[in-house]
Design a protein around this ligand. Structure first.
Ligand code: IBG
Length: 221
């Protein structure tokens, strides 16, 4: 065994992307095993690798971890991205749960049927612009610091950057009304491990191409 965490998922963002981001931000190299067809999932289910028969699954430190949040919590704790005390952790949890909620909307957009896409898109853009981004702009404004919590990099910064970049793919000017999020984005993008993850050829995933959606549906739904 190489000792590197091994990520089991399809070759796309979905629920795994935030885990990839956390590992990358922590400077941890990881391997990936991609599910290409339903059989690949069935095989993992049959060999007992998936506690709840679902992926993401990450082999790490002798464990086969499932449940996205549990995996992310473990990585964030292990690599010191989870605050320095209970109260910082509480704030980080609040911010990250908001980010997960927005991420869920973004993730589900790709798999919406054609007749629901427009309405889903309007709703997720409305939520990003009028609910989540104003909240994070306010957090930065109220404490005037460079990072969301405790004036040092945490998983909340990493996970927020991921969602900001995704939102900009959907709507390039989405940060226009959020000057502090714009400077936050620049700052976090310049952290060396993150800068590296943003380079072409990294393990960061692009949006799932339209023509691959049926394959994803076949594997999971
Ligand atoms: N609570 C679990 C977690 O957070 O890890 C949910 C995991 C989950 O839904 N896994 C899906 C799965 O394994 C893949 S992500 N399904 C097989 C099964 O038998 O349940 C699927 C997904 C995508 C995009 I891709 C949007 C929403 C879900």
């Amino acid at each position: 065994m190489s000792g590197k965490p091994k990520l089991h998922y399809f070759n796309g963002r979905g629920r795994m992307e935030q885990i990839r981001w956390l590992l990358a931000a922590a400077g941890v190299e990881f391997e990936e095993s991609f599910l290409e067809k339903k059989d690949d999932l069935t095989k993992l289910q049959k060999d007992g690798s998936l506690l709840f028969q679902q992926v993401p699954m990450v082999e790490i430190d002798g464990m086969k971890m499932v449940q996205t949040r549990a995996i992310a919590n473990y990585i964030a704790t292990k690599y010191n991205l989870y605050g320095k005390d209970l109260k910082e952790r509480a704030l980080i949890d609040m911010y990250v749960e908001g980010i997960f909620d927005l991420n869920e909307l973004f993730m589900n957009y790709e798999i919406q049927p054609a007749d629901k896409k427009e309405q889903h898109f309007a709703n997720m853009m409305d939520k990003a612009t009028n609910r989540y981004f104003p909240a994070f702009e306010k957090v930065l404004k109220d404490h005037g610091q460079d990072f969301l919590v405790g004036n040092q990099l945490s998983r909340a910064d990493v996970q927020l950057l991921d969602i900001i970049l995704m939102a900009e793919e959907f709507k390039p000017g989405i940060l226009a009304k959020f000057p502090l999020l714009q400077s936050f984005k620049t700052r976090i993008c310049n952290i060396p491990t993150i800068k590296k993850f943003l380079q072409p050829g990294s393990q960061r995933k692009p949006p799932t191409p339209e023509e691959d959606i049926p394959k994803v549906m076949e594997i999971f739904f």
